[in-house]
Write a protein that binds this ligand. Structure first.
Ligand code: UD1
Ligand code: CA
Length: 490
C-alpha cells in the first residue's frame, strides 16, 4: 500500500466498538481477543487503523474488559488508545454515545468500526475517508451485496438510488429481508456533524436497542450529506458473530496468506493444508510440505525446507536448514544448514548453531548447541551447553533435574559422548574429552581425557548353562494330580 499523506491524515480519529456481549460466540472471554490466523480479531482492526493514519482511538469496552484492555497494550503506539466504558450493552448506537463526551470539540474525520470485523482492507477505509475529507460527506458508510444477507442490516434506497435508511434484520419486513445490499458496519463521519445526530437516537425497535445504523436516516433528515461506498469483495466486510464465521474467516485469510508467500517465491506442495499465521515471515525458495503449521513470530530463512506435519511457533530457522517430518520447534533458533528431525522436539529457549544435526527422537530444552555438533538419535539435552563439533551418541541423557533444581551440563568443543550415557548435572566435560559408551558420569571430565563409568565386563571361560532335569510322563501326570488334590494315578 502507498504510504498515507500525513497532511491529510492529521485529523483522523476512530471509535472502535468492542463492548458487546458476544452472545452468539459463546465464549468465557470477549470474542475480539480470539485469534484469527494467530492475531486477535481486535488487533487486525487496530492495525488497519494504524495503516490509514488514525492518530487517536477511542476503544469502547464492556465491564468485563480486562482481556481487551490488556490486549490493547500491544497495539501500535501511534493510535493513542483511550478506553471508554459502556456499562450496559444497550446497542451499537448507545456504545457510540458513550464515546461522545470524548469527541466534543474534535474536528477532522472519525472512523467508526466494530471490533468484530477484522478482514477489511485499508484501501476500503481510505475510500470512506475520501468521501468525507474530499467529497464533503457528513457520513460515509460501506455497503456490500451478499448472497445470503441474513443477520445484517439491509440498505433501503429511493428511486434515485439514494440511501435512505438501514433496517435491521429483526425489524425488517419480508420484502425488506429480500434486499441483498447490506450495511457492512464501517462508517466515517465528519466529526462536527456527528454529535447533534447522536443525541437523537432512540431505542424504539424490536430489540429495544439504540442502533448506530439509525444515524443514516437521522442525518439525512437533518439535511446532511450521506454517501455510500460499495465493496465488491463482500468477504472483507464479514463480521464474526459465531465460531462458524470465525472458521470461515480463518480459511479465507489463510488462503490469502499462502498466496502472498507463493507470490514471493515460496513453494507449497499443498497450500490448503499449510497454516501460516499473519505474523510469520518466509524466505525465498523455501519449500513447505503438507500439514506444516507456522505460528507467531516464526521466521524461515531462504532455501530452507520444512517437511510434512512440522509445527513451529516463534521459531527462527536459518538459510538452507531442513526441518524433517513431524518435528516441533518452539521459541528457539536453528542455524543455517542445520538438520532437525524427523520426530525431533526443540523446546523453548534453545539456540542451535549452523550445520548441526539434531536427529530423530531427540528432545532439546533450553540448551545451546554450537556449530557442527551432532545428536543424531534418541537423546535428551536439557539445560546443556555444547561447543563446536561435539558428538552425542544415541541414547544419551543429560540428567538435569535433581528433584529440586535444574542443573547445567557443559560440554566443550570436540567432545565425544559414547552411546547410552547418562550425564548427571551439574557437570563439565572438557574440550576433546571422551566418555565411554554406557557410562553414568557424575564428576567433571578433564579436557582430552577418557571417562569410563560402568561396571567392568567379566568373561567366564568355558561356562555352560546348568543341565535341565528330565521329567518322565508319569511324574508329570502325578504332579498335575497333586496340584488338583486328586489321588495319584497308579
Ligand atoms: C451490526 C449492524 C448491522 C450490520 C452488522 C455488520 C447495528 C445495530 N447493526 O449488527 O446493521 O449489518 O453489524 O456486521 O449496528 N457493541 C458494543 N456495545 C453494544 C452492542 C454492540 O460495543 O451495546 C459492539 C460489539 O462488541 C461488536 C459491534 O458493536 O463489536 C457490533 O455489534 P453486533 O452485536 O455484532 O452487531 P450486529 O448484530 O452484527
Ligand atoms: Ca457483528
Amino acid at each position: 500500500m502507498a504510504p498515507h499523506n500525513p497532511a491529510k491524515t492529521a485529523g483522523r480519529h476512530a471509535v472502535v466498538l468492542a463492548a458487546g456481549r458476544g452472545t452468539r460466540f459463546k465464549s468465557r472471554t470477549s470474542k475480539v481477543v480470539h485469534p484469527l490466523c494467530g492475531k486477535p480479531l481486535l488487533m487486525h482492526v487496530l492495525d488497519r487503523l494504524h495503516q490509514v493514519g488514525v492518530r487517536r482511538t477511542l476503544l469502547v469496552v464492556g465491564p468485563q474488559s480486562k482481556a481487551v484492555r490488556q490486549l490493547a497494550q500491544d497495539a501500535p503506539a501511534g493510535l493513542n488508545i483511550e478506553f471508554v466504558e459502556q456499562h450496559e450493552q444497550l446497542g451499537t448506537g448507545h456504545a457510540l454515545q458513550m464515546a461522545s463526551p470524548h469527541l466534543e470539540g474534535m474536528g477532522g474525520s472519525l472512523l467508526v468500526l466494530y471490533a468484530d470485523a477484522p478482514l477489511i482492507r485499508s484501501s476500503t477505509l481510505q475510500q470512506l475517508l475520501r468521501l468525507v475529507e474530499e467529497e464533503g460527506a457528513d457520513q460515509a458508510l460501506l455497503t456490500t451485496h451478499l448472497e445470503d444477507p441474513a443477520g445484517y442490516g439491509r440498505i433501503l434506497r429511493d428511486g434515485k438510488g439514494q440511501a435512505l435508511a438501514t433496517v435491521e434484520e429483526k425489524d425488517a419486513t419480508a420484502e425488506q429481508k429480500a434486499i441483498r445490499e447490506v450495511n457492512s458496519g464501517f462508517y466515517c463521519f465528519r466529526s462536527e456533524s456527528l454529535l447533534p445526530a447522536l443525541d437523537r437516537l432512540d431505542n424504539r425497535n424490536r430489540s429495544g436497542e439504540y442502533y448506530l445504523t439509525d444515524l443514516l436516516w437521522i442525518m439525512r433528515e437533518q439535511g446532511l450529506k450521506v454517501a455510500t461506498w460499495t465493496s465488491h469483495r463482500p468477504s472483507e466486510t464479514w463480521g464474526i458473530n459465531d465460531r462458524m464465521q470465525l472458521a470461515e474467516a480463518e480459511r479465507l485469510m489463510r488462503r490469502e496468506i499462502a498466496r502472498r508467500w507463493m507470490a514471493q517465491g515460496v513453494t507449497m506442495l499443498d497450500p490448503g493444508s499449510v497454516l501460516i499465521d499473519s505474523t510469520v515471515e518466509i524466505g525465498q525458495d523455501v519449500v513447505l510440505y503438507p500439514g506444516v503449521i507456522l505460528e507467531g513470530r516464526t521466521r524461515i530463512g531462504p532455501e530452507a525446507t520444512v517437511k510434512a506435519y512440522c509445527h513451529l511457533s516463534d521459531a527462527e530457522v536459518g538459510e538452507g536448514a531442513l526441518v524433517d517430518h513431524c518435528s516441533v520447534i518452539r521459541s528457539s533458533r536453528v542455524g543455517a544448514g542445520t538438520q532437525v528431525g524427523p520426530f525431533a522436539h526443540i523446546r523453548a529457549d534453545s539456540r542451535i548453531g549452523s550445520n548441526v544435526r539434531v536427529g530423530n527422537f531427540v528432545e532439546v530444552k533450553k540448551s545451546r548447541i554450537d556449530d557442527g555438533s551432532k545428536a543424531a538419535h534418541l537423546t535428551y539435552l536439557g539445560d546443556a551447553e555444547l561447543g563446536k563439533g561435539v558428538n552425542i551418541g544415541a541414547g544419551t541423557i543429560t540428567c538435569n533435574y535433581d528433584g529440586v533444581h535444574k542443573n547445567k551440563t557443559l560440554i566443550e568443543d570436540e567432545v565425544f559422548i559414547g552411546s547410552n550415557s547418562q550425564l548427571i548435572a551439574p557437570l563439565k566435560i572438557g574440550k576433546g574429552a571422551y566418555v565411554a559408551a554406557g557410562s553414568t558420569i557424575t564428576e567433571n571430565v578433564a579436557p582430552g581425557s577418557l571417562a569410563i563409568a560402568r561396571s567392568r565386563q567379566e568373561n567366564k571361560l568355558g561356562w555352560k548353562p546348568p543341565k535341565k532335569r528330565s521329567v518322565s510322563r508319569q511324574d508329570a501326570k502325578d504332579a498335575k494330580c497333586r496340584k488338583k488334590g486328586l489321588p495319584e494315578t497308579n
